[in-house]
Design a protein around this ligand. Structure first.
Ligand SMILES: [Zn+2]
Length: 461
């Protein structure tokens, strides 16, 4: 197929931008990029004029199994999330509920131009749940990395079980998924029980993804234990990494790891201030993620926008505290577009195959174009347009490995009615298991007693 006359953000090493250029896709790869390309006969032609062509976006941390609970926890803090999922209700999820959440989450990702997603799947109480997770991911034509986890057991328990080993041999080794990670957190217990899980990861040769630097949950102690035992290896992904000391950032930088920043999540749930302002100082590679649809969407436009804004907000705040003024921003729109595409590819060790529009790489292509939208013209600053102006409704065409999965603003061959039926069955199950009162209480946490501060400047006598 060929895209004609688009504004192309290649996201290659020199961030080449081409105006009125064509992108030629042959089989599963990008064959050529440039003006007035000659296409072989029998090809499909897509008019990209007035639109922006960019690589498929990459989300490096998303709990897809939670998508069935979309928006339920909009008013939660991280504490309320932990209570609901870890302590009270997470154990009620059956394999079919994992399937339902993953299926909907996978469709949602493709619809918004996210062609590669890490399914941070920590609801895998049994390998039946894990099989269901993979079944859903394999049913949707995107790239998915399964990050295997289980919050109902210690990582030293599930990772060393024969059931897990058997699952890995059956579904992962030589399977259809784009990748595999082990997903677990390191609490900082000096006995370091997570060591056994790291040893399994090392034996399998797979990276670890871990929620690190999460206020009240994980901290510098976990980083130190991992580092001192030699488990901070390149390819590991540190999620959030928001409340860590400079010492921990040095250890991440020196060991070749990267950080997955979930700005919307960190801002709202309370893991810590979105850390890009610190990561930049320490030269730590960044990728972006949306975390969970229990609060937020699976939409990396939101991730790019909030990350850019949070980084700038921090810079202004720090300066104002010193009676100074920031006259020039360090973080540019171009940087967050890089983090949402190339940064994700690098974090997943897939930088030679995805992440940029470069001949020879996989054809994961997103066309942003919406002739009916007053927001899609003029396109003057294309990076700024992607980060601050565009949104998922502007995702016109999505291609994964040369296959069109969204065309003219609509998913191709996606059975949304079936996905809806699966999710409704999950909601029915959870709602009846929890009971109506607990269901409503979970969604509507108490508002704490308001404390009105005394304000001496009142319009009174
Ligand atoms: Zn998470």
């Amino acid at each position: 197929m060929i895209f004609r006359n688009g504004l192309v953000l290649t996201m290659d090493d020199s961030h080449t931008v081409l105006e009125n250029a064509d992108v030629l896709v042959v089989d599963d790869k990008i064959a050529e990029i440039g003006p007035n390309l000659t296409a072989p006969g029998g090809h499909e032609e897509i008019d990209a004029s007035g639109g922006i062509l960019m690589p498929g976006m990459v989300d490096t941390h998303r709990h897809m199994w939670q998508t069935a609970m979309r928006g339920y926890g909009a008013d939660w803090t991280l504490t309320q999330y932990f209570v609901w999922y870890y302590l009270e209700s997470g154990k009620h999820f059956r394999p079919e509920d994992i399937y339902a959440g993953n299926l909907l989450g996978a469709l949602e990702a493709l619809d918004s131009g996210v062609t590669t997603t890490v399914d941070w799947s920590h609801g895998l109480q049994t390998t039946d749940h894990a099989d269901a997770a993979v079944d859903a991911l394999e049913a949707v034509p995107g790239r998915f990395v399964l990050a295997y986890g289980n919050i109902q057991q210690g990582p030293w328990e599930w990772s060393t079980s024969s059931a897990f080993q058997d699952f890995y041999r059956r579904r992962i080794d030589g399977g259809k998924l784009a990748g595999f990670q082990m997903a677990f957190d390191v609490t900082g217990d000096p006995a370091f029980p997570e060591k056994a899980a790291f040893e399994v990861a090392r034996e399998l040769g797979v990276p670890v993804t871990t929620h690190a630097g999460v206020w009240g949950a994980t901290n510098d102690d976990g980083i130190r234990l991992m580092h001192d035992s030699g488990f901070m290896t390149p390819g590991n992904v540190y999620v959030h990494a928001a409340t860590l000391s400079s010492d921990s950032y040095h250890r991440i930088a020196a060991s070749g790891g990267s950080v997955s920043v979930s700005t919307e999540s960190e801002q709202s749930a309370g893991q810590g201030y979105p850390p890009t302002w610190q990561l930049r100082r320490h030269g730590i590679p960044v990728s972006l993620s949306m975390d969970t649809s229990v609060w937020w969407s699976g939409d990396l436009f939101s991730a790019m926008r909030t990350t850019l804004s949070a980084d700038r907000a921090r810079e202004h705040l720090e300066a104002h505290g010193k009676q100074e003024t920031v006259t020039h921003h360090h973080l540019r729109a171009e940087h967050v577009v890089d983090w949402g595409t190339r940064g994700g590819a690098k974090a997943l060790g897939m930088d030679s195959s995805i992440g940029s529009l470069t001949p020879g790489r996989q054809a994961d292509v997103v066309l942003l174009k919406n002739d009916a939208s007053p927001v899609m013209f003029p396109v003057l600053n294309p990076y700024g347009h992607v980060a601050f102006q565009a949104q998922r409704g502007d995702v016109h065409t999505v291609v994964v490995g040369g296959k069109v999965v969204k065309r003219d603003g609509k998913l191709v061959d996606a059975d949304l009615a079936a996905a809806r039926a699966e999710v409704e069955a999950t909601i029915d199950h959870l709602r009846s298991t929890l009971g109506e009162e607990a269901w409503k209480r979970g969604m509507n946490p108490d508002i704490p007693e308001a404390r009105i501060l005394h304000n001496p400047y009142q319009y009174t006598k």
